[in-house]
Design a binder for this molecule. Structure first.
Ligand code: ATP
Ligand code: MG
Ligand code: MG
Ligand code: MG
Length: 564
């Protein structure tokens, strides 16, 4: 609706439901469906009905305003892309099953883009030739496609979803840091305006090679991320990032290490092929059991490993995933973390384990693992780069206080990519000295459709949705209790509010009981509810604050004044 129109509930396509959808697990999923905001089209693919579209549009507007405010330029790239650029970067393979792939009539191979680093790099290559053309920040608000393994939780995790993605291009590292800081500031402004409670956490461990990456997490029970939070200082990190990593040096004269012939263990290559990533990827260790013995296998780094799938693949080879029980009474093994996909383990040892403890490790040979590798004898730990977060109370790496662990929704992710994609496409511009300079990039995502659900998760109460005003589908929900005089007063109040520029929903449905209208108004969650009821004959309405439940009886003129 345009800002000054009144939307009549009798005409609005929003069928509210009393029953929860059978498959809904999260609060936002239940409420957005029940209140008629979204409708499931197929697994992970959603239709936005009028109320939902308005909220989505409000989030989009806020994101756009804050991006424009720091000079980012909006563009729109295709979502349907030929595979070549993604092949060049290695991601056509790397993405594996996450990618939707399709063919055109000439048998050309295409994909539906899950994110756009490659093509933005090409656009800049095409448009920018000199250092004078940079820095530049480009963004789009566009539909993304990812064939997620578990598209649950409604629009929180779609297979088709709306993302704001932006990319910065600079000639220097300082320039990249500045572009990154601009995004960080814009995200803070966006999430504040959206009324979201959020934390900024580091997303990669310091050991990952200096790349800077932070996530914006909205604490909520429905979240699929776990983050560690320090109550005493401002340390916060995704537990995926709070990985303890040891830098080690092999000893010159290692002791008698037993080499285990473990032919059932998949080689890195086999594992990489299964996961659809190049075997050259950085390797992390994952613990599995071979014939009941716990061993470590390398897992290509920087990649989410679907432990369920991995388990299926490994089972025929007699390899099982470790479970929590395997860690009982084994202080020599690093503790894992319980993530949405099961128990994961990502490293080789715990700094709190005394030197001299024997470990099982990879042996850097195919089909082989080593047992009784002793810290201090076979290798030295040079540095503990980070700390394992497995349980609440683990020490904060910055100040040592006990950490807490909480669930959260990843609503944004900002990343200093550096020259990774510029190297692939040889993206250079002419520098001040006339010589080519390799461009350095940042990439910044924000889940626009996911944010709608995240706000719902954080703000809903027992009665239903409860939107912050800037994202609400209307400013006021006027309810006519049912009698002719009440309807007349409700419509009059609605017109007056609209004339003042407010977005108004008016429930003038005939033959619907006042009780149902009140319940619907609470469920839909517009921040102010104005009721033309008992005292309508005197021109008195009741104004209710949806969040606090506070009610006041006012004349229409007073109510209009209070709301504008
Ligand atoms: P997740 O860890 O939840 O799978 P991601 O790390 O894969 O997300 P990014 O690649 O960082 O996601 O994408 C940028 C942003 O896009 C995320 O921070 C998130 O807000 C949003 N997003 C990612 N995947 C989805 C999805 N399947 N549905 C809705 N929003 C998503
Ligand atoms: Mg993902
Ligand atoms: Mg993530
Ligand atoms: Mg991310």
């Amino acid at each position: 609706m345009s800002r000054s129109q009144v939307q009549r509930m009798s005409r609005l396509m929003a069928k509210t439901l009393r029953e929860e959808p059978a498959d809904a697990e999260t609060l936002s999923h239940k409420l957005l469906v029940r209140a008629g905001y979204v409708r499931r089209s197929s697994a992970g693919i959603w239709t936005w009905l009028p109320l939902g579209k308005r909220v989505l549009e409000n989030v989009t507007r806020i994101v756009r305003e804050e991006m424009d405010a720091f000079g980012a330029q909006e563009v729109l790239l295709p979502a349907l892309l030929p595979k070549e650029a993604y092949e060049a970067s290695g991601r056509y393979e790397e993405y594996g099953d996450l990618l939707f792939r399709l063919r055109d009539r000439r048998d050309g191979e295409y994909l539906l883009a899950p994110t756009h680093e490659e093509v933005f790099t090409q656009v800049v290559q095409d448009q920018c030739t000199s250092y004078k053309d940079l820095p530049v920040v480009l963004y789009q608000i566009q539909t993304k496609y990812r064939d997620e393994a578990r598209p649950r939780s409604g629009v929180l995790r779609g297979r088709e979803f709306l993302m704001k993605d932006s990319y910065s291009f600079d000639t220097t590292d300082e320039g990249l840091a500045a572009s990154y800081a601009l995004h960080r500031g814009a995200y803070q402004a966006i999430f504040a305006r959206l009324g979201l409670d959020y934390r900024i956490v580091s997303a990669v461990s310091g050991a990952m090679g200096g790349s800077v990456s932070e996530e914006f997490l909205a604490p909520a029970a429905a979240g699929e991320d776990t983050f560690a939070d320090c109550p005493a200082c401002d340390y916060a990190a995704n537990t995926e990032a709070v990985r303890f990593t040891a830098a080690v040096t092999a000893a010159e004269a290692p002791g008698p290490v037993e080499e285990l012939d473990t032919p059932g263990t998949p080689t890195i290559e086999a594992l990489a092929a299964h996961l659809g990533v190049p075997a050259s990827a950085t390797l992390k260790n994952l613990l599995v059991k071979v014939d009941g013995e716990i061993v470590a296998v390398g897992v290509p780094g920087d990649r989410e490993v679907d432990l369920g799938k991995l388990g299926e693949h490994l089972a025929p080879a007699g390899v099982e995933l470790v479970t929590a029980e395997d860690f009982a009474g084994r202080p020599d093994l690093v503790r894992g973390y319980v993530g949405p996909q099961g128990l994961g383990i990502r490293y080789i040892a715990d700094p709190r384990v005394a030197p001299g403890t024997a470990w099982v490790t990879g042996a850097n040979k195919p089909d082989t693992h080593a047992r009784d590798v002793v810290c201090g004898r076979d290798f030295e730990v040079d540095d503990y780069l980070d700390v394992v977060v497995a349980e609440p109370g683990d020490p904060c790496p910055d100040c040592g206080a006990g950490l807490t662990l909480d669930r959260a929704i990843e609503v944004g992710h900002i990343f200093q990519l550096g020259r990774k994609y510029a190297d692939v496409f040889k993206l250079d511009v002419l520098g001040q000295d006339g010589k080519p300079v390799r461009v350095t990039m940042g990439s910044y995502g924000l889940g626009v459709s996911r944010v709608v659900a995240a706000i719902a998760e954080q703000t809903a109460d027992a009665q239903g949705l409860c939107w912050p005003r800037e994202v609400a589908p209307a400013d006021v929900h006027v309810v006519a209790a049912g009698k002719a005089a009440q309807t007349e007063l409700a419509l009059d109040a609605a017109e007056q509010l609209a004339a003042r520029g407010l977005r108004v929903l008016v429930d003038e449905r005939a033959g619907v009981s006042p009780g149902v209208k009140f319940t619907d108004a609470e469920l839909i969650g517009v921040p102010a509810i104005l009721v033309a009821g008992r005292r309508a004959g005197e021109g008195v309405v009741e104004l209710k604050d949806r969040r606090t439940g506070k009610r006041e009886e006012l004349t229409v003129a007073e109510a209009v004044a209070a709301l504008t």
